[in-house]
Ligand binder design. Structure first.
Ligand SMILES: Cc1cc2nc3c(=O)[nH]c(=O)nc-3n(C[C@H](O)[C@H](O)[C@H](O)COP(=O)(O)OP(=O)(O)OC[C@H]3O[C@@H](n4cnc5c(N)ncnc54)[C@H](O)[C@@H]3O)c2cc1C
Ligand SMILES: NC(=O)C1=CN([C@@H]2O[C@H](COP(=O)(O)OP(=O)(O)OC[C@H]3O[C@@H](n4cnc5c(N)ncnc54)[C@H](OP(=O)(O)O)[C@@H]3O)[C@@H](O)[C@H]2O)C=CC1
Ligand SMILES: CC(C)=CCC[C@@H](C)[C@H]1CC[C@@]2(C)C3=C(CC[C@]12C)[C@@]1(C)CC[C@H](O)C(C)(C)[C@@H]1CC3
Length: 514
């Protein structure tokens, strides 16, 4: 497959791109930050009122009726266009803005933003799909609960985690976000509300397995019931610096296999160095223990803190407040913030303006100029590849060879052998690892299409999968080699989706995203 034609830029255009990229903070600090704060204050206040008035459950039925009516109106029409959610593209947690929405019938789901109920006996929470991870941790932790898996960026939504995918450091124990879900309430292509659970007796059980990764192409999610577990106020985190790739992977694999660990994560800083972090819930820290409130405004970015431990090459233990731990990569948007506010980790900045960080990703997206997008398009890699752990070493070598971007995010998780779009057919659980690559590639040979296709081809060859928020250049047959369409295709027919919703490939391929 050939890539985009190399664009010849004039000196002026090059200068403009350079200026807008390196001085983006001129817009981010005085404009995006205050808007982000305003938005946060407003939504937190609104959520507090709704929670105090207990109005969400009653309002939910009205909202669902509204969605059913929109779908029925579409079904009664000429059916020339297909349906998708009306969520605007700049709100979503990916680099791209979907183009497919322009020609589709948009179903408004943006009012589905509330936590509906918590059941402390069944240990579940029932939520609407636009509820965010930040909202859930703010609500659950003070009550002494948490989701078993909390994907770390505050603005990730439940709908996105279920219809797409959610990975986090507790994945070694709980799997992916889909594996902590107990039921999905879906408005079908016919405008009916159904409940799909994983119980054998449930007539929509197959749909329960089909929804994850389907990107809203089997129905519209209007609520989900998710497991909760008891939470403790701290995470006792041990950092193990490793001075070779073999040691790093060995330590990570053993940690992922050990039942003692609630959380396991690795950050690799060079081909041969990195840190493995393992943790579990803890009550108040013992006297003399080191407590690190990493979420506070004046604290260094988390990945830089870990890098300093790697450099010092000394194993240490810290007690981190639970919510700070969950959102440890939020303040620095993993390590992407250094391109947006290059001096953001300087103590002077942290102590004066650190409290206002991070800017909201949606507002950043909204204010990204075209020339900055072009720079990202040419050089920036944003990919998560989910690989069977025994192929991780090979994968890291390939990433090193093709893009040489560090830090790498290494997040092991358990993948059970259950039906659905992501499927391993061994009949047993397998440990996978998410290798996250976020950053600019400086290698001369890098080509956005050819390099990505090389990585994708490797991932397919080892029975891995690519996360679909990222750019994918796979052809349709290649896509269906990576994902298992057997259950999906049958569900598309059974639930009348073929003319109602696009096929998942029609939503995720690069050509339908700007
Ligand atoms: C014509 C047709 C009819 C179908 N009818 C049904 C149906 O009535 N009910 C239904 O649930 N699915 C049904 N399906 C969906 C079918 O289950 C999926 O296509 C399945 O995921 C494909 O399995 P496989 O052939 O790839 O693997 P298989 O080797 O068949 O399955 C591997 C393992 O997964 C288990 N498994 C498969 N599907 C499920 C599931 N949905 N839930 C739990 N365990 C599962 C199997 O029992 C087996 O142990 C039908 C599919 C087709 C094409
Ligand atoms: N740690 C992690 O796991 C991280 C994951 N991500 C990725 O980010 C994405 C999530 O971003 P987010 O902004 O929350 O979600 P998005 O709005 O991007 O939604 C992702 C997909 O899910 C569909 N969808 C969302 N809500 C519904 C619904 N109620 N009913 C039917 N379909 C729905 C969307 O359909 P439509 O196109 O119709 O709107 C879209 O195709 C995921 O794909 C995830 O993999 C990103 C960062 C971290
Ligand atoms: C599975 C895991 C942990 C995935 C993490 C993915 C994140 C690192 C991605 C998701 C959205 C993402 C692509 C984004 C960006 C960086 C990397 C992000 C945060 C940024 C902020 C980079 C700067 C860009 O101008 C722009 C604002 C458009 C994007 C927005 C989305």
């Amino acid at each position: 497959m050939s890539g985009p034609d190399p664009v010849e830029l004039s000196r002026w255009e090059r200068f403009l791109e350079y200026f807008l990229f390196h001085f983006r903070w001129v817009v981010v600090i005085p404009i995006v930050l205050p808007l982000s704060i305003g938005y946060e204050v407003f939504t937190n206040f609104r959520n507090f009122i709704v929670f105090t008035a207990q109005s969400a459950p009653k309002a939910h039925d009205r909202k669902v009726a509204l969605i059913k009516n929109q779908v029925k109106a579409w079904a009664a029409g000429d059916r020339t266009s297909k349906m998708c959610t009306a969520r605007s593209g700049w709100n979503t947690m990916s680099f791209r803005v979907p183009l497919y929405k322009d020609s589709m019938t948009k179903i408004r789901t943006d009012m589905l933003i509330d936590i509906l109920e918590i059941d402390p006996i069944a240990m579940t929470v029932r939520v609407e799909p636009m509820v965010t991870m930040g909202q859930l941790t703010r609500f659950l932790i003070p009550l002494g609960y948490t989701l078993p898996i909390v994907p770390e960026l505050d603005d990730l939504t439940v709908g996105g985690m279920i219809n797409g995918c959610g990975v986090e450091s507790s994945g070694r124990k709980y799997g992916l976000f889909q594996h902590i879900c107990q039921s999905y309430e879906i408005v079908t292509a016919h405008g009916e509300l159904i409940v799909a659970t994983k119980d054998k007796e449930n007539e929509h059980q197959a749909l329960f397995f089909g929804i994850p990764w389907s990107h809203g192409t089997l129905g519209l999610l209007v609520a989900a019931t998710i497991r909760i577990i008891p939470a403790k106020p701290y995470v006792r985190l041990t950092y193990y610096p490793c001075q070779s790739k073999a040691k790093l992977l060995d330590r990570l694999e053993n940690a992922a296999k050990s039942a003692d660990n609630e959380f396991v994560e690795g950050l690799q800083f060079t081909h041969d160095t990195g840190v493995v972090m393992t943790g579990f819930f803890a009550d108040s820290p013992p006297v003399n223990a080191s407590v690190n409130n990493i979420g506070r405004w004046y604290k260094p970015w988390f990945f830089e803190h870990v890098r300093s431990i790697c450099t010092a090459n000394q194993e240490i233990v810290e007690y981190i407040p639970l919510r700070d731990y969950y959102h440890r990569h939020s303040r620095s948007i993993f390590w992407e913030i250094k391109d947006l506010v290059p001096f953001g980790n300087h103590p002077l900045f942290r102590y004066t303006l650190g409290w206002a960080m991070p800017p909201k990703i949606s507002l950043l997206k909204r204010t990204t100029p075209k020339s900055v997008r072009n720079i990202y398009n040419r050089r920036h890699v944003l990919q998560d590849m989910l690989i069977p752990f025994d192929k991780a070493s090979e994968a890291i070598d390939l990433f090193h060879e093709e893009v040489e971007i560090y830090p790498l995010w290494l997040c092991p998780f358990n993948l059970p052998s259950s039906p659905g779009l992501i499927r391993q057919r061994t009949g047993t659980n397998i440990i996978y690892v998410d290798i996250g690559v976020y950053g600019s590639c400086e290698l001369e040979k890098y080509h956005p299409v050819d390099t990505t296709r090389k990585l994708e081809s490797f991932v397919r060859s080892v029975k891995g999968v690519q996360m679909l928020y990222a750019d994918t250049y796979m052809t349709l047959p290649e896509f269906w080699e990576m994902f298992d369409g057997t259950l999906y295709d049958w569900l598309r027919v059974k639930y009348g989706c073929k003319d109602a919703f696009p096929n998942v490939y029609e939503k995720i391929n690069r050509a339908v995203r700007y």
